[in-house]
Design a protein around this ligand. Structure first.
Ligand code: BJW
Length: 263
């Protein structure tokens, strides 16, 4: 069923018709969604942060326990980077789609670019960079933090005012459980899908579970699954349609086509 090598310039009729005919659209977004805003993805050649830094050293609870300043330095730099960029045309198109159809967004991204574009986000399944909390007692940390403008290999994390522990980013590291409320919100958005509805899978490599299983769950509910990604991924084969293009190219074209067809 996959339509390979479809480009943003030639959006297939079936893709436009599927979104146009949908009552509900579930958006499952990953790091590629924010790439054109200037936020590096995790695994893309050349731009992936983890080319320079070993993810096993940075995105695990073990790394944090071993060396909090090393891990905090990386996250503080990423917080600075995200604060300095804007949503791209893809984020803005999804916000517009939310005014045309019932849209639920479940993102793996820890940035806030969907929200800043004007979308309501149902779930951040891998948490949020900015939801800081104490690593020891779990109390949220709401104070301003110093963010370096250049990557810092080591930076002392803020101290928790309640217990003196180290403050950590509110993200989900490998081996950690996903936030229950976000998983529940994603699962209920999937359960709500019916035949004729659509799941748009945008900018994820589809290798990190359980999020990588959500497109198949959407398909099992009868939704038409459409991947938007410049490259083949681990989930391309299970999608009904594949649009080979970037989020900021394809989504505005798709939403404009739906808007025009609605008129
Ligand atoms: C563009 C583009 C453009 C580029 N436009 N597209 C089942 C089977 C096997 C393993 C497991 C399993 N269940 C659980 C596991 C273990 C593990 C896991 O999945 N491991 C795999 C690596 C195999 N999962 C977990 O540990 C999860 N926890 C869990 O399951 O708890 C229960 C449990 C506990 C203990 C034991 C067992 C179970 C937690 C996962 C947490 C992931 N955390 C991270 C870091 C977050 C913090 C941070 O930001 O630093 O989340 S890892 C990283 O990967 C980040 C991302 O959200 C995630 C996914 O990456 P994503 O978004 O797909 O990005 P990329 O870079 O991989 O891909 C970018 C894509 O964009 C590419 O395809 C490009 O082509 C494309 N692209 N430009 C559109 N302009």
């Amino acid at each position: 069923m996959t339509t390979p090598e479809t480009t943003a310039d030639a959006l297939p009729e079936e893709v436009v018709a599927a979104v146009r005919g949908a009552r509900r659209v579930l958006v499952l977004s990953g790091a590629g969604m924010s790439a054109e805003s200037g936020v590096p993805t995790f695994r893309d050649a050349q731009t992936g942060l983890w080319e320079e830094f070993d993810p096993a050293q940075l995105a695990t609870a073990e790394a944090w326990q071993e060396d909090p300043p090393f891990v905090w330095g990386w996250y503080a730099w990423r917080m600075h980077l995200v604060r300095g960029v804007d949503p791209n045309a893809g984020h803005r198109a999804l916000a517009e789609l939310g005014r045309l159809r019932e849209v639920a967004i479940s993102t793996q991204n820890v940035d806030d670019l969907h929200e800043r574009a004007g979308s309501d986000v149902a779930a951040h399944v891998h948490g949020s960079l900015f939801a800081l909390r104490c690593a020891d007692c779990g109390v949220p940390y709401a104070q301003e933090v110093d963010l370096p403008s250049e990557p810092q290999e080591r930076l002392t994390p803020p101290e928790c005012p309640a217990c003196g522990g180290h403050v950590r980013p509110g993200v989900v590291w490998f081996g950690e459980m996903l936030p229950e409320a976000d998983v529940a919100a994603t699962e209920s958005a999937i359960d709500a899908l019916e035949p004729g509805d659509v799941a748009l899978v945008v900018g994820t490599s589809g290798i990190v579970f359980p999020a990588a299983g959500y497109p198949a769950m959407a398909r099992a509910e009868g939704a038409t699954v459409i991947e938007i990604n410049p490259l083949e991924t681990d989930i391309s084969d299970m999608c009904h349609h594949v649009v080979r293009g970037t989020a900021a190219e394809v989504l505005p074209a798709l939403v404009a086509a739906v808007r025009d067809a609605d008129r």
